[in-house]
Structures are given as structure tokens and as C-alpha cells.
Ligand binder design. Structure first.
Ligand code: FAD
Length: 460
């Protein structure tokens, strides 16, 4: 299929109320995503505040034959910025927010651009928990559309597998509801297939009857990296699925914004959550405590606190990332990681992280992302303090991923790849074909521009 890109007519765009064009006051603010390293320059930006307004703008823009890139927080903005958006309208949904809780059904209705903090707090007020990720200001929609990996995940699975329904604007500006009973193929595709099908303006997500968790972090000096990494790997090998944790090898710049125990230091951090009572949690953590952490904050806490445990940056930040899905980690794998991110590494990024998978994540579901075959997800992140340093920072995160490719196993997790990616590596061929069929049904003109598009290929 050939997609025709019509000549851009600024006058036609200007005739659509609600669009902000280059040169207009507010354009720079509106086009700036959470990831400040992503320099997005769309033909226009829209920031609708109601679902009706979003639908009107989508219908009008699509009628001009232009492409539309939905974006909520902009945590995953890099692929769109790298591709260039001069032929597209950026549909920013960050002003389209709201959450309502049905405590009896344990379901939250979350409006398109809402961030996790809002949902976590609203659910916690009812003694309920949501399958949020490590960052309070990632949006629910982008996270869920890619899969959604939380610190509840080994026990309770991917967030995408626990959505009851999506409400989506199609390229015609119509609203469609997708659930197990209504448009089931679209429902299947939205559970991990990304933003290629339409603009998701609301979701009904399942909540967990959990009011408290045993969560926190342990911290060691980087000099203990080898012992801690090995002990964590051994610990995670046959760990009860009630525990979901991450290990990071981290290097902090010497800046006053950081607490003294972190500023200018290289450290090893293990954090996460255990869904068990006090005694069982203490039993499970004993092998890690035996390593004598310098800091140990694991304790019972209200679920609302879990979203802060990972200490992700609380404000928009310039970042580059890389990722590889990994299988079993033998001693050679640990040595390879230490060489590029451990105490003696010369040019390591801000952090190299291993997230422990398995448990419910390994149980296949009928969804575009069926689960994870990998045992660990490697996630490398570096900051880009000035744009000139983007290549150096990218080289640092790529070096971490490259060092670990020998242990790659299973499809990569696209939410951890904030860069242009060959998405055919992330979906099995029959899954990709099924996604194309759904895309061609709901978006035959290919209006939608996603960070991670449906892999191309023949539709059988
Ligand atoms: C600091 C940090 C911490 C993270 N922690 C985790 C974690 O713990 N677990 C995890 O699973 N992931 C995590 N991620 C990855 C995160 O889930 C992805 O970056 C995700 O894409 C962010 O979604 P967003 O909507 O906030 O970002 P956006 O950049 O707004 O969205 C990314 C893409 O998703 C699609 N999209 C988003 N919203 C919509 C919508 N409403 N309708 C249609 N398409 C849409 C679009 O294609 C868009 O380009 C983290 C990322 C960062 C930077």
C-alpha cells in the first residue's frame, strides 16, 4: 500500500480550532515532551481537554490527509522526534485527564492522558492498588498500550492483560469501545500493540485488593557490585513470585539536588515489592540483608508509596535508553555486565538495570504482547545534560546493551526502547500479521503515527 503525503497547507491547519502551529505563542511549550532530549517539531500540536474536542480535531486533521501522532506524557517521545513530525499533527493528551474508581468492581476508569500518580492515589483511597510502573508521571495509556511492567508483575501479570475496556477515537473521529465482547480483535491489539490503531481516550483497568506492600530499597557502594549482583542473580533464580525486584548499577553526578548519600557516588541498588506479610517478607529478604546494605528501607508501606520507591526523576528529563531482553544469566553474563557498568567501568551511563521477570509474566495471554519469555529485562539509561552530548550518551547505553546481547532471549519489550526500533523483532510473525489486519480495519489510510508502529509485511 502506498501512503500519499499531501502537501502541507498551513492555512487549512489554521482553520482547525485548537491547533497550535510553529511560530504561534505556546508552540514550543506544547511540543515539548517529558523526555527533553526528544526535539519534536510537528506541523501543529493539539492539546484537547475533552474527549469530544479530541475527536473533533482528529476528524478534521485526518480529513486533510495528515498523519496524527498521539502522545500522553512524552516519556517515549524519542522515536517520533527521530523520525521527524513535519508531516504530522502531535495530539498531546496530557490535558485530557481524570480517574474514577468503582471500588465494588475494583475497576478504575482512567481518561487518556492521566499519569499513574493520580490513579495510584485514587485507588489507594479505597484500599486498592494499580499495576503502575516505577515512575509516577508515566501515563497509564502509553504504558498499558506497550504492556506495562510493574513491581506487582511477577504475581499479577502485565497491566495490559488486566484492562477491561478501551475507548478509542478512530481516524474518522468516531469513538469505539473495545473489550472482550465488543471489537475483540481491536481489544487484543491494544493490549500491547501500541498507538497504531487510534487515540485511546479512556481505559477501564482492573485494580488489586492490596492496601499495603512490603517495599523499599537496599543500597551498597559500587565496590560490592560483584557480590551483590551474584547474590541477587542466585536469589532470583527460584524466588517466590510474590517478589518483583530490580537491580541497578548506578552512577550519580555530583549535584546538590541529590541527597549526600547519592551525590557523586557509584552504588548498587536493589528495590521492588514483596506481596507477603511481614514475617514472610523478612524471610525472603534475608539473603540480601546478609550482604550488609549501607541503606535498607524495605518495610510495610501503604501502596501509594510504591510509586516513589524506584526514585525515578520526578520532573521532565533529557534521557536516552537501550534495552535487551535476557534469558538465564550465567557467571559470564554477570562478568560482562560488570565490565561495562561495574566498579572499574570507564565510561558507564547513569545506570544499567536488570528487572526480574518470570512468574505470571511467563504465562502466555491472548494479547498483542502475550507475556515475556525473558528472565530479566536489561534497561540502560543515561542523561543528556546538553544536546551536544546525545551521541556520547547514546553510545554509553548501547555499549551496555551490546555487551549483553550474547544472553538475549525472547522478544524485546518496546516500552523500554525509546528509539526507532525494528518492531518486527518484538512480535511473532503471526502476531504481526494479526496486528496489521486490525490496523487495516481501523486505520486503512494509515493516519496514526505511533512511537512503535505495527511491523510492515503482507496481510495474509
Ligand atoms: C523514567 C521512566 C521509567 C519507566 N518505568 C517503566 C516501568 O516501570 N514499567 C514499564 O513498563 N515501562 C516503564 N517505562 C517505559 C514507559 O512505559 C514507556 O516509555 C511508555 O511508552 C510511556 O508512555 P507515555 O504515554 O507516558 O509516553 P508517550 O511518549 O506519551 O507515549 C509513547 C507512545 O505510546 C503511544 N500512546 C501513548 N498514549 C497513547 C494514547 N492515549 N493513545 C494512543 N497511543 C498512545 C504513542 O504511540 C506514543 O508515541 C519507563 C520510562 C521512563 C522514561
Amino acid at each position: 500500500m502506498t501512503i500519499l503525503t499531501p502537501a502541507l497547507d498551513p492555512a487549512a491547519l489554521r482553520a482547525i480550532p485548537g491547533l497550535i502551529l510553529p511560530g504561534d505563542p505556546g508552540y514550543d511549550e506544547a511540543r515539548t515532551p517529558w523526555n527533553l532530549a526528544a526535539d519534536q517539531r510537528p506541523a501543529a500540536v493539539a492539546e484537547p481537554t475533552t474527549i469530544a474536542d479530541a475527536a473533533r480535531i482528529v476528524g478534521a486533521v485526518a480529513a486533510l490527509g495528515l498523519r496524527i501522532a498521539p502522545q500522553a506524557s512524552g516519556h517515549g517521545a524519542m522515536p517520533l522526534a527521530e523520525r521527524g513530525l513535519s508531516d504530522a499533527v502531535l495530539l498531546r493528551l496530557h490535558r485530557l485527564t481524570g480517574v474514577s474508581i468503582d471500588a465494588e468492581r475494583r475497576v478504575a476508569r482512567v481518561v487518556g492522558g492521566t499519569i499513574w500518580r493520580e490513579v495510584v492515589d485514587a485507588a489507594a483511597a479505597h484500599g486498592l492498588a494499580a499495576r503502575h510502573g516505577s515512575s509516577p508521571d508515566v501515563s497509564v495509556s502509553g504504558y498499558v498500550l506497550g504492556g506495562g511492567l510493574s513491581f506487582y508483575a511477577r504475581e499479577h501479570g502485565l497491566a495490559a492483560h488486566h484492562v477491561r475496556a478501551f475507548e478509542m477515537i478512530t481516524a474518522d473521529g468516531d469513538l469505539v469501545r473495545a473489550s472482550a465482547d465488543s471489537e475483540p480483535e481491536l481489544f487484543w491489539a491494544l493490549r500491547g500493540g501500541g498507538g497504531s490503531f487510534g487515540a485511546v481516550v479512556a481505559m477501564e483497568i482492573e485494580l488489586l485488593p492490596v492496601a499495603e506492600v512490603h517495599a523499599g530499597m537496599m543500597l551498597w557502594d559500587m565496590s560490592a557490585a560483584s557480590a551483590v549482583l551474584q547474590a541477587w542473580r542466585d536469589w532470583t533464580r527460584d524466588l517466590d513470585r510474590c517478589a518483583t525486584t530490580s537491580l541497578r548499577l548506578m552512577r550519580f553526578p555530583p549535584i546538590p539536588e541529590l541527597p549526600p548519600f547519592l551525590s557523586g557516588r557509584a552504588v548498587v541498588v536493589i528495590d521492588g515489592a514483596i506481596l507477603a506479610d511481614e514475617a514472610r517478607s523478612a524471610d525472603l529478604l534475608a539473603p540480601l540483608r546478609a550482604l550488609g546494605p549501607e541503606l535498607d528501607t524495605f518495610a510495610r508501606m501503604p501502596v501509594a508509596g510504591l510509586v516513589d520507591v524506584h526514585m525515578d526523576p520526578p520532573v521532565p528529563s533529557p534521557a536516552v535508553v537501550d534495552h535487551v531482553m535476557l534469558g538465564e544469566l550465567d557467571d559470564a553474563a554477570l562478568a560482562a555486565l560488570l565490565e561495562v557498568a561495574g566498579p572499574d567501568a570507564q565510561d558507564a551511563p547513569l545506570f544499567a538495570e536488570l528487572r526480574h521477570l518470570g512468574g505470571a509474566l511467563a504465562e502466555t495471554q491472548d494479547a498483542a504482547v502475550p507475556g515475556f519469555a525473558g528472565e530479566y529485562a536489561l534497561f540502560a539509561v543515561d542523561l543528556v545534560p546538553v544536546p551536544e552530548l546525545i551521541l556520547a550518551a547514546t553510545a554509553r547505553v548501547c555499549a551496555i546493551a551490546d555487551a549483553m546481547r550474547g544472553w538475549a532471549h525472547g522478544a524485546p519489550y518496546l516500552n523500554f526502547l525509546d528509539r526507532i526500533t525494528d518492531t518486527s523483532t518484538a512480535y511473532a510473525p503471526d502476531t504481526a500479521q494479526r496486528m496489521r489486519r486490525v490496523r487495516d480495519t481501523f486505520d486503512p489510510a494509515r493516519t496514526w503515527l505511533a512511537a512503535h508502529p505495527v511491523p510492515e509485511g503482507a496481510v495474509g
